[in-house]
Design a protein around this ligand. Sequence first.
Ligand code: XMP
Ligand code: MG
Length: 182
Amino acid sequence: METLHPDVEKVLFTEEDIAEIVKRLGAKITEDYQGKDLVLIAVLRGAVVFMGDLMRAIDTKCAIDFMAVSSYGNGVKSSGIVRIIKDLDIDINGRDVLIVEDVLDSGLTLKYLMKNLASRHPASLEVCTFLWKDVEGKQAAIDPKYVGTHCPDEFVVGYGLDYAERYRNLPYVGVLKPEVYA
Ligand code: XMP
Ligand code: MG
């Protein structure tokens, strides 16, 4: 067990949990995309760490690209407003696109992104999210094809996820102590 960051109250997913999740997802994606023209698109910045792990767990031809959108600012609540800050560099027309996302909450961010990407006529368009906050009574605006793990409806950090741009480098996913937000 790694030493805990002093701001972290509890660990939800350890490095070992994460490695297992990534291995499983990579194997499934490898199987599903044999012979296809796979393009992984990660949403900056949170999905960068997951992307780096996932792409190495995929054993079939694939390209990668990145998009940056903004919906949260520095806070912990969804604003519902999505802005494209960085667009793709490659053409996805006729290709098999898999969006790689860190966490799916309301799904509003991805709904907007998928509509935007669909207008560029990919052969297929799916989502792989590392975490899904699909707690009871809560419905996401999109349906992810691949889900790493379900996550409680708490604000989480680590493994790419931040609070005010901090904690992205933690190798595990955890919840911060309440006093950190104060
Ligand atoms: P929606 O509600 O659009 O939100 O599905 C998805 C985006 O919101 C951010 N998000 C989080 N970021 N810890 C974070 O660091 C969290 O617990 C969290 N929940 C949502 C994230 O950028 C995601 O892409
Ligand atoms: Mg994100």
